[in-house]
Design a protein. Structure first.
Lengths: 467, 486
């Protein structure tokens, strides 16, 4: 996404961020020091991750800022491989004595376990595709600038007799990964997020956006969206539970479909706990469903390498309704007789890998068009407290939240009380009647992905709550 | 550490703070897991740093740093002041705190056997043996075990002259057997799901849990669940095992009584609460046999919510939450106590780490024991369902409507457990559910369960909470809706 300067009120000139990320060379010097220490203490193979984070968050409620925080931290995480055994120690102390002690602890941990016949040697040097996800303007966004944007949202709420709550956060981070076989990878990014809940009477609604560059979204526009929906959400009617046609906004799609992410891990298949066990290569979802993992998508964030330093690949996971491919760590790939895809978690771990940059192919229907084409259904803003009921059929439970609206004869007619759903995600993805354009979505139950809004038939609501 | 605390407070005062408190925290953690006979996670971590919270111009600011030098903590304090000044741009009223004396103290939680001193080989060996004991049962397709240990030192100081050092050691362990067969996955966990049991204490917990002894039984149950009857959909008498009841308390009592939620401060993320201020002392929350306290005092037991002082320097207290079924009290902080006219904070401000702001969290929110034994309770139940060990949990953002499912259930007929049921679930409205409670088991069967994974706040913080509970009975509860297609 190309950043556009929608938010002229958010000046970054007032104050460059007081704290800056260290130059990459300083992090590289730390990795070199650890690898040198490892060599000098007789540890044959070592891997070092150095992560630095600078984050700030302005939190508001009741039309005022009530929490306002900043953090700066750096961690050094080192893994050793000694005689077919591995272990990891992480510290945020970077003086030489502390690094040496951490290495010795890692070696001691490693030696305390039985030999692992499946453990692989560290990977050699890799080549990475460059990604640019660092916005100097976002890195420099000041507390004052965030506070002024929040004040504007609160003023809007007050002018309409509403109550605003939410966050405006901004931050920057960098990671480097090096190992004793000359692998070196580095990545840095910025991130900003604005989330707002507007309350009118007992009704609420919500809007949220997240991007590498804060200029990619407009806090005031988000506040207006939430405000207008909150006004429409007053006096909800109670409907009977049952099966409804639903139009899920992208945040609602994200939070449900996001629960599939670990099912695409080869390790989950090998452990027989994936919903795709025994179902790969067979028609399972609707033909209009294609799911890809693609860290290089312009709206995605994240490093182009995994926890072992293997370059991330774009992987088509579901192709027109058929689950085709999985993601692999080096270990699960070797077990399956294939090549790693660059999706491993840092070792040692028992989960293997997962796709973290899902992109669900979209369509052309706008939400307004979906509403216009619906005789009776429900428009869902957002979902809440989603948990898994049945891991193989992927039945999830949860609640609607912050704006549930009845659609009748092609128009949004009124708000309705929130429902509990008990719904198979697999079944849901067989019942998708229409898709809108896919875009980066953010909510609270899943990490950010690129997903479309969806119109879905026979969505199962089991009970209704009191508001 | 006190030098860093004192210096940062001095800088904050010099730059205009009218109140400040600072926490230096040193956190150490060890994580061990196995999966299907192999070591999974094997790692240790430590983190040390300082976080300072200030009031300037009547508004809050917080900053944190891992640069533990005089220059580093001074810069951090100055940043907190600068942030507070920015907060004042969107201020309605000046921050005011309920009065609290200052304290100078040092306290160490109970820990008979320091888990970081126990040989790692012995810890791994125990997990691998428990793992092997589960895999001996035919039909088990995946086995998992875990241990987790934390040691947390905190140095708290405030501009009101408090200086408090606390050390807490936390331990946890659990095992899980999974069976994938046909088109279903079933699993059983011991002593609880989602990481097992967790306490404020040391390796004595691991020894007491005797994971190896219980491994075959849960593995057999995971396999047997595939042949069990489906839990029916109906209204029925429900008996909940202690760990499931602990989570029920957490979700439908513990969260609704958080005063920050009640006052709308969590409206954007964790949600609000149906327990509006008018309901205090005026709501029949539960049946008259129900008594719930929020008790952080060591005398309540070694829970994840046990401490001597909270993270804004208020001593641990026991708060009446529900007394004889009536709603009596909230979880509060110094700021929220002042806002609602309480004389004093309830002492529930807790932080995950040095880089996070303290916020209102559950301490040990516990259902006090009743008079029954589990045997008598079952014998007294003509037609009902006994459910144990949580499988899923969900509740709306105002804490009215909930739905839980458990790993296993037993049908009760004529005062006896007659058969195993699979895919059990129940649902309801919070106050209706608690008002249907007609029997609670006695202190011999009361366990202070640990919930290590309670998420709240932005940035998100994970906190451990304690929930004392004994098995209890509820009448006329909606059963089986989660797995119904209607």
């Amino acid at each position: 996404m190309s950043p556009v300067n929608k938010t002229r009120s958010l000046s970054t000139r007032r104050a460059a961020a007081e704290v800056q990320l260290r130059p990459e060379r300083e992090l590289r010097a730390i990795t070199n020091r650890v690898l040198r220490l490892a060599k000098s203490t007789g540890i044959p193979e070592a891997e070092v991750h150095v992560d630095e984070v600078i984050d700030a968050l302005t939190r508001f409620a009741n039309n005022t800022i009530h929490q306002h925080v900043a953090e700066h931290g750096l961690t050094v995480s080192m893994r050793v491989v000694v005689d077919g055994r591995t272990a990891r120690v992480t510290t945020n102390r970077i003086e030489e004595d502390a690094l040496r002690a951490a290495l010795e602890s890692a070696a001691s941990l490693a030696a305390s376990q039985p030999k692992d016949p499946g453990l692989l040697p560290l990977p050699a040097k890799q080549k990475y595709r460059a990604v640019r996800r660092f916005s100097p303007a976002t890195a420099a966004l000041s507390a004052d600038s965030r506070a002024r944007a929040v004040k504007n949202a609160c003023s809007l709420a007050e002018s309409r007799g509403q109550i605003a709550a939410g966050i405006f956060s901004s931050g920057q981070s960098q990671s480097v990964l090096a190992n004793s076989r000359d692998l070196f990878a580095a990545y840095r990014q910025t991130q900003a997020e604005f989330s707002v809940t507007m309350q009118q009477g007992s009704a609420t609604s919500w809007a949220k956006s997240n991007a590498a560059d804060f200029r990619a979204f407009d806090p005031m526009a988000l506040a207006k969206t939430a405000s207008e929906k909150a006004a429409r959400a007053e006096n909800p009617a109670e409907l009977a539970p049952g099966r409804y046609t639903v139009i899920l906004e992208p945040a609602a799609v994200l939070d449900l479909v996001g629960f599939l992410f670990y099912d695409f891990a080869a390790t989950a298949i090998q452990d027989q706990r994936s919903c795709f066990s025994g179902r790969l290569g067979k028609p399972l979802l609707g033909k209009n469903i294609t799911i890809t993992d693609d860290v290089y998508h312009p709206e995605q964030l994240g490093a182009p390498f995994d926890g072992e330093g293997i370059p991330r690949q774009r992987v088509i996971l579901v192709d027109n309704g058929v689950p085709r491919n999985l993601v692999y760590s080096r270990r699960s790939a070797k077990k399956a007789g294939t090549r790693p895809t660059g999706h491993a978690f840092a070792l040692p771990n028992e989960y293997g890998e997962a796709p973290m940059n899902l992109v669900i192919g979209g369509g052309k229907a706008s939400i307004d068009q979906m509403v216009a084409g619906t005789d009776r259904g429900l428009l869902v803003t957002r979902l809440w407290y989603i948990r898994e009921l049945d891991p193989y059929e992927k039945v999830m439970t949860g609640m609607t939240r912050d704006g549930l609206f009845l659609v009748e004869k092609g128009k949004v007619s009124r708000s309705v009380r929130n429902f509990r759903f008990n719904q198979s995600v697999l079944q849901m993805l067989r019942n998708v009647e229409a898709l809108g354009p896919a875009r980066r979505a953010t909510a609270e139950e899943s990490f950010e992905m690129v997903v479309p809004p969806m119109k879905i038939n026979d969505f199962h609501f089991s009970e209704v709550t009191k508001f | 550490m006190w030098d860093y605390c004192g210096h940062s407070l001095d800088i904050a005062r010099l730059r205009g703070a009218t109140y400040a408190d600072v926490r230096v925290m040193h956190l150490r953690q060890r994580d061990l897991t196995t999966k299907s006979g192999e070591v999974g996670t094997l790692g240790q971590s430590e983190s040390i740093g300082l976080g300072i919270r200030v009031v300037v111009s009547g508004a809050w600011g917080f900053a944190s740093t891992d640069q533990l030098t005089r220059e580093g903590v001074a810069a951090c304090a100055a940043q907190a002041v600068s942030i507070a000044k920015a907060s004042a741009l969107a201020k309605k009223e000046d921050v005011q705190l309920a009065a609290e004396p200052s304290y100078v103290d040092s306290w160490q939680g109970p820990c008979q056997k320091d888990p970081f001193e126990i040989p790692l080989e012995a810890q791994i060996d125990l997990l691998l043996k428990a793992d092997a004991a589960m895999r001996q049962i035919k039909g088990v397709t995946l086995t998992e075990t875990d241990m987790q240990f934390r040691k947390i030192d905190s140095w708290f100081a405030s501009s009101a002259a408090s200086k408090i050092h606390q050390r807490r050691v936390l331990s946890g362990c659990g095992i899980v057997a999974t069976c994938f067969k046909g088109d279903a996955i079933q699993k059983r966990s011991y002593p609880n799901s989602f990481g097992g049991q967790h306490i404020l204490g040391g390796y004595e917990l691991i020894e007491a849990m005797d994971l190896i002894k219980h491994a075959p039984q849960i593995a057999e149950e995971a396999v047997a669940l595939h042949s069990a009857a489906q839990c029916p959909e109906k209204k029925s008498t429900l008996i909940l095992g202690g760990s499931q009841l602990g989570l029920q308390i957490h979700e439908s009592v513990g969260h609704p009584i958080e005063l920050d939620r009640v006052l709308g401060q969590e409206a954007n993320f964790a949600g609000t609460s149906f327990l509006t201020l008018d309901k205090l002392n005026h709501l029949r929350y539960a049946s008259p046999i129900v008594n719930v306290v929020a008790d952080a005092r060591p005398a309540h037991g070694p829970g994840l919510g046990t401490f001597a002082y909270d993270d804004e320097g208020v001593p641990a207290q026991c708060i009446d939450v529900i007394r004889d079924g009536e709603f009596r009290g909230y979880l509060s902080s110094r700021e929220t106590a002042h806002l609602v006219g309480l004389q004093r904070s309830g002492g529930t401000m807790r932080t995950e780490s040095w880089n996070r702001l303290p916020m209102i969290r559950m301490t040990n929110v516990s259902l006090l024991p009743g008079t029954w034994t589990p045997e008598n309770l079952i014998a007294d139940t003509d037609d009902g369902i006994f459910m144990e060990t949580n499988r899923s949990w969900s509740i709306d953002d105002r804490r009215y409507q909930f739905q839980f499912s458990t790993e296993i259930a037993w049908e009760i007929k004529g005062g006896k457990k007659v058969r195993m049921l699979k895919n059990p679930s129940y649902s309801g409205i919070t106050t209706e559910f608690w008002n249907s409670c007609d029997a609670i088991c006695n202190a011999d069967h009361w366990v202070l369960w640990g919930t290590p994974n309670c998420g709240k706040g932005q940035p998100m913080q994970t906190m451990g909470t304690g929930h004392g509970a004994a098995p209890a009975r509820f009448r006329n509860v909606k059963i089986g809706t989660a797995f119904s297609n209607e």
